[in-house]
Structure formats: structure tokens, C-alpha cells
Design a binder for this molecule. Structure first.
Ligand code: DGP
Length: 120
């Protein structure tokens, strides 16, 4: 029975290998997967393995290393997927008005096309 946030969280299931996804990078702190509903030719989600941060609003100083790691790996993946030169965007949707739909902190890496500004 799903009785904890982790047990009912799709990103926890993906990080644990219990739900299918296309993994592009993995380490002891995070996994990076292809977004199931891509908004650009490259659309990767960087997902911490731990569920403790439901959004960026939950971050404390204890999370500085993890947050830095997510950004650092985003840049590494951008380089590996050959969008570093053309340009890319790193996005953390936070809360309802920003369109956050999964309550488990995640970073979007988008690239491979011209990205308009301001975002919608
Ligand atoms: P956000 O709206 O910022 O919470 O982004 C959530 C993203 O997660 C959204 O772009 C779609 C993606 N997503 C949701 N469920 C799954 C899934 O089961 N697999 C994959 N690969 N992506 C998912």
C-alpha cells in the first residue's frame, strides 16, 4: 500500500529502478533521464535519489552540495549531448504557478533548438 510520499512518487520509483525510464546518467546522488514529454530535442530531468526535497522551497544549507552537483552534472550532460556550444537552459519549476507537476525536486535540461525568452 502507498503510505509514504516515497512509495507513491514516480521519480523515487525511477531512481530505484522500479519504473522504466531512459537513463542518461546515474551516480550515488542522482539519476538523469529523458523526459517522457520532451519540450526540446534534448530534454533531460536530473533527479536526486532522495525524496527529502519536494521542491526548491525545501532546500536548506545542508543541500548546497547536492544542488551544486545537479547543476554541475547538467553542464556535463549538455556537453555530452552536444548542446553546450549552441546553448541550453536549466530550469527548476517550483510550485503550482510555475507548472511543477511532480513533488520531488528535479532540474530540467533543455536544448537542441532556439529557446524563447521570457518563457511562457
Ligand atoms: P515539472 O512540470 O517541472 O514538475 O516536470 C515534471 C516532468 O516530468 C514533466 O516534464 C514530465 C516528466 N515526467 C513525469 N512522469 C514521468 C515519467 O514517468 N517518466 C519520465 N521519463 N518523465 C516523466
Amino acid at each position: 500500500m502507498d503510505n509514504t510520499p516515497e512509495q507513491s512518487c514516480i521519480f523515487c520509483s525511477i531512481a530505484a529502478g522500479d519504473a522504466q525510464s531512459e537513463i542518461v546518467y546515474s551516480d550515488d546522488q542522482m539519476v538523469a533521464i529523458k523526459d517522457v514529454n520532451p519540450q526540446a530535442p534534448v530534454h533531460v530531468l536530473l533527479i536526486p535519489r532522495e525524496h527529502n526535497l519536494e521542491s526548491l522551497n525545501d532546500a536548506s544549507k545542508l543541500d548546497l552540495s547536492l544542488l551544486g552537483h545537479l547543476l554541475y552534472i547538467a553542464a556535463k550532460i549538455a556537453n555530452r549531448m552536444e548542446i553546450a556550444e549552441s546553448g541550453y537552459r536549466v530550469v527548476i519549476n517550483t510550485g503550482e504557478a510555475a507548472g511543477q507537476s511532480v513533488a520531488h525536486l528535479h532540474v530540467h535540461l533543455l536544448g537542441g533548438r532556439d529557446l524563447t525568452w521570457p518563457p511562457g
